[in-house]
Design a protein around this ligand. Structure first.
Ligand code: BGC
Length: 369
């Protein structure tokens, strides 16, 4: 079969021949890959950044945002059947800590986890993929056209769930209601696919959503946000320190810029008792100057929480599926517009090494049903 590989530490991207994977255990699932999304992590890997080949090898099959069709299942598999659409989760546990034993390798305690397509395990940019049933999530046919967004949305679901659970645990009034987000003023910083999906989840939960970026308002990403009821904040004309006075202090801040200085400066927009969740992963090494005293003092005096969130568990993938179904009903046809660029596997080097200004999500199309 064809597979897209990189050589970690270099910017080489190639299509190579690999043997078809086969089912070797009763709990395994084989899928035929339909689409695989490309995200910032893939592009970082393809330009020589954070990536690790499987032990003893020099190349890594890329890709962690799969949508596939089940073609074969081991005799013990019950979650999916041939013909179903499915995705696989990304992280595989260390086998030594409690979170990994509970299928919560997203919270691995040893740091010795592996991630398909990123760290030590081949990824999904290949014609066929085999993995275990515990990592598979069934995708309903109604969201076939947007099922490839499940993995990025799982990241969003985990981050928002964590932020809300923290507020439930510490705010007396929050614990009284399961719909705490309703009517809350929220700011999403960085309107790439993760930011737009975060805005979508927050709108679905009834929040007042502001989305910050630094592009012209009349371009696809701000327009996408406004279509779902969010309001666009142009960071070129409204600096972080003026957000709270102009728009009101934000009770929840969701960061997906990967720009560390902005990420920290946005603390100034956070309300008293507010919660701030960071999901952007800065590439490379950078040094940022920050008003550290003011930021630390305000964090304490304003009872604020700042958390980082990475990866996602099966349950978050399930939440993502449920929200894709809801969003599809609420804004028919709109979610598809997030998938702006489609490439064949042969075009992978081009897809991974460039990023058009209006791209939201790029995908590699492996097979059309
Ligand atoms: C992926 C996560 C992964 C993280 C760190 C992200 O792009 O979506 O699944 O845990 O990178 O490698």
């Amino acid at each position: 079969m064809n597979a897209i590989v990189i050589t970690p530490g270099t910017s080489t991207v190639r299509v190579v021949q690999r043997p078809d994977p086969v089912i070797a255990r009763p709990d395994e699932v084989k899928v035929r890959t339909l689409q695989v999304g490309i995200c910032g992590t893939d592009r970082e890997e393809a330009s020589g950044g954070r990536a690790e080949a499987p032990e003893g090898r020099t190349e890594l099959v890329l890709g962690h945002e799969i949508l596939g069709e089940v073609v074969e299942t081991g005799s013990a598999v019950t979650r999916v059947r041939p013909g179903d659409l499915a995705v696989f989760t990304v992280r595989r546990g260390c086998g030594r800590c409690l979170p990994c034993a509970m299928n919560r390798s997203d919270m691995c305690l040893t740091g010795e986890f592996r991630e398909r397509g990123i760290r030590g395990l081949d990824g999904f940019q290949a014609e066929y993929v085999v993995d275990r049933e515990e990592y598979v999530v069934r995708i309903p046919g109604e969201i076939a056209a947007i099922g490839v967004l499940t993995e990025p949305l799982s990241i969003v679901e985990k981050a928002i769930d964590e932020a809300v659970r923290i507020q439930f645990a510490r705010l007396p009034a929050a614990s009284a209601t399961p719909d705490w987000l309703h009517g809350r003023r929220c700011l999403v910083a960085g309107l790439g696919p993760i930011g737009l999906l975060a805005a979508m989840v927050l709108v679905l939960r009834g929040a007042e959503v502001h989305g910050l970026d630094i592009v012209d308002p009349d371009t696809p990403r701000p327009r996408w946000l406004e279509h779902i009821g969010g309001s666009y904040v142009d960071g070129r004309t409204l600096p972080a320190e003026e957000i709270a006075t102009k728009l009101g202090p934000m009770e929840l801040l969701f960061e997906s810029t990967g720009a560390p200085r902005l990420a920290f400066n946005l603390l100034e927009a956070l309300a008293l008792n507010g919660v701030y969740v960071l999901t952007g992963i800065p590439a490379g090494h950078c040094v940022a100057q920050l008003p550290a005293c003011d930021l630390a003092r305000d964090l304490v005096l304003d009872n604020q929480v700042m958390i980082g969130s990475v990866n996602a568990a099966r349950g978050h993938f399930q939440l993502a599926v449920d929200d894709l179904v809801l969003a599809q009903l609420r804004w028919p046809g709109h979610l598809e517009r997030l998938i702006t660029d489609r490439f064949s596997p042969e075009d992978a080097p081009d897809a991974l090494h460039r990023h058009s200004a209006d791209e939201i999500k790029a995908v590699i199309e492996w097979y059309a049903r």
